[in-house]
Design a binder for this molecule. Structure first.
Ligand SMILES: Cc1cc2nc3c(=O)[nH]c(=O)nc-3n(C[C@H](O)[C@H](O)[C@H](O)COP(=O)(O)OP(=O)(O)OC[C@H]3O[C@@H](n4cnc5c(N)ncnc54)[C@H](O)[C@@H]3O)c2cc1C
Length: 476
């Protein structure tokens, strides 16, 4: 069986890795440019967090709880998955990346006062989930968190350590997966973009590449991340797959001499993004230095945005210096990453078979596709090989109607809370007056009106999608 995959991010790679492991006769072609423009994978931290990502109300529906269980499964799968990649890449991965990828764990979640009390609610939600799911954790005196020296006014008063939440260096993982796949002798890489799908008689018959080549196989998988909808549109394929937007995220890398990180140190999610987080991407004990990834911003766009904005970089640097370690002011800024989180209309993954018999989709993972890669790879490879995935995976059917997971009231409340949190996070200092209440009311009125305008009477718009509905890029 020959499977042709469009895209070369963590999903494409890990699905290919799983396919050749599971099926001795499977051959795979991966089509994607080696510069990986817009790759969310390469911009990621890549934290393997699930508890640290919990927000108030995040486990309310059956769907939420299933997704969380999968996230737990992924957390347990990563150490073994990482080892398999390292073993398969062998010593060749050392030459490609300078170092082998390493799975490491231990995440400190801080409860500080840099934004507003949404942080307190989300911190409480994390604690409740840790307790409910019996996850090992420990309260830590913030002063004892390694390499944590925030500005006095931004210091945390509470901190929880989650020992089984890890991270990896995504660049090293991607290089090692490339090496492992190439080394298998059963995976071919086409350094090209898929321009359109060739199809007829209810089947896909090939991928036409940007350079005019047609790549032919038996089964086809679209794993191009945020470009999925544009690729389908360019192919004239009117499949009932909800639109995927470009969740533009900026992260930066610093080289910190004298103050390297050994653990992931972060806040809870806040202000429609993931708070401020810092993950060690390398650590040299001898020279007491290391690379630290700082993330991340989030801007949903109907089209690809290629360059980071000055304000994105400024806010990340400021947050890391003020809230994590003031000594970072002397660190070198070594990299600015722009990645497009594949963000579907209902903000949930699109994973599975389409109504075209030999066409599959893996996209829409938004904020945790790196973390979820082992479980997605396992279930997607089952489907591609004609086997059954686990039953809950039908939630992610790419042709489902958009899930409506929030009530209107919950969505409006969440939008108000997150927009105020974002304002405080970015320096809003109100006068001593009723102004914050007035602003809250104004946001609430706007969001209620938008719900009325789009006909969202008995369901809620995911807060990060408000502008897409407001400016006509999304429809109910
Ligand atoms: C700043 C940032 C921080 C993040 N942090 C985390 C984190 O800590 N933990 C976590 O789990 N997740 C994180 N994520 C989310 C995670 O990165 C994504 O969910 C995941 O990487 C998506 O993987 P993918 O393979 O679907 O897409 P991508 O990684 O975007 O890969 C798609 C690839 O396809 C290529 N491509 C696009 N169009 C075409 C085409 N027409 N033909 C061929 N190739 C094409 C692209 O160049 C790209 O290389 C983060 C994302 C961002 C942006």
């Amino acid at each position: 069986m020959h499977i042709v995959i469009a895209g070369n991010g963590i999903l494409a790679q890990s699905i290919a890795f799983e396919l050749i492991h599971r099926h001795p006769a499977a051959r795979v072609t991966i089509v994607g440019k080696s510069d990986r423009i817009g790759s969310a994978t390469l911009a990621a931290a890549a934290m393997l967090n699930s508890f640290a990502e919990i927000e108030k109300g995040a486990l309310e529906t059956e769907f939420d709880r299933y997704r969380f269980e999968l996230s737990q499964k992924a957390a347990r799968a990563w150490p073994g998955f990482a080892q398999r990649i390292i073993d398969a890449a062998g010593s060749s991965s050392f030459s490609a990346t300078g170092t082998s990828p390493q799975f490491d764990s231990g995440t400190f979640v801080l409860n500080n006062a840099a934004a507003d009390d949404l942080d307190d609610e989300n911190f409480e939600a994390i604690l409740a989930a840790l307790r409910d799911y019996n996850e090992p954790h420990a309260f830590v005196n913030p002063g004892d968190v390694p390499n944590y020296q925030p500005e006095q006014r931004y210091r945390a008063l509470r901190c929880v350590y989650i020992e089984r939440e890890g991270w990896m260096n995504p660049g090293q993982v991607v290089s090692s997966l490339d090496e492992a796949l190439r080394g298998s002798g059963r995976v071919v890489f086409e350094n090209d973009n898929v321009f359109r799908l060739v199809h007829g008689n209810g089947r896909v018959t090939g991928f036409e590449s940007a350079s005019g080549k047609t790549i032919v196989g038996d089964v086809y998988l679209l794993a191009t991340g945020a470009t999925l909808s544009d690729l389908l549109a360019a192919s004239g394929l009117a499949l009932p797959i909800q639109r995927v937007f470009y969740g533009m995220g900026v992260s930066i890398k610093i080289r910190s001499v004298g103050h390297p990180h050994t653990h992931c140190v972060r806040t809870p999610n806040r202000g429609l993004a993931c708070g401020v987080y810092t993950a060690p991407h390398s650590h040299d004990t001898a020279s007491r230095s290391g690379d630290i990834l700082i993330g991340a911003t989030n801007l949903i766009s109907p089209e690809p945005l290629h360059a980071a904005r000055v304000a994105n970089v400024e806010s990340l640097l400021k947050a890391a210096i003020q809230q994590i370690n003031t000594h970072f002011y002397r660190a070198e800024l070594t990299q600015v990453n722009v990645g497009w989180r594949p963000t579907s209309l209902d903000t949930q993954p699109l994973l599975g078979k389409t109504s075209i018999d030999n066409l599959f989709v893996a996209s829409g993972t938004k904020r945790d596709g790196f973390h979820m890669a082992p479980v997605i790879a396992s279930n997607m490879s089952s489907m591609l090989l004609g086997e059954q995935p686990e039953s809950g995976f039908s939630w992610f059917d790419p042709e489902r109607k958009p899930l409506r997971l929030l009530t209107r009231q919950a969505a409006v409340e969440k939008a108000v809370r997150h927009q105020m949190s974002a304002a405080y996070q970015h320096g809003f200092t109100p006068p001593t007056s009723r102004m914050p209440d007035l602003i809250r009311q104004k946001i609430r009125d706007d969001v209620e009106r938008l719900h009325d305008d789009v006909g969202a009477h008995d369901w809620g718009i995911p807060p990060e999608m408000l502008d897409m509905y407001r400016y006509g890029h999304a429809r109910a």
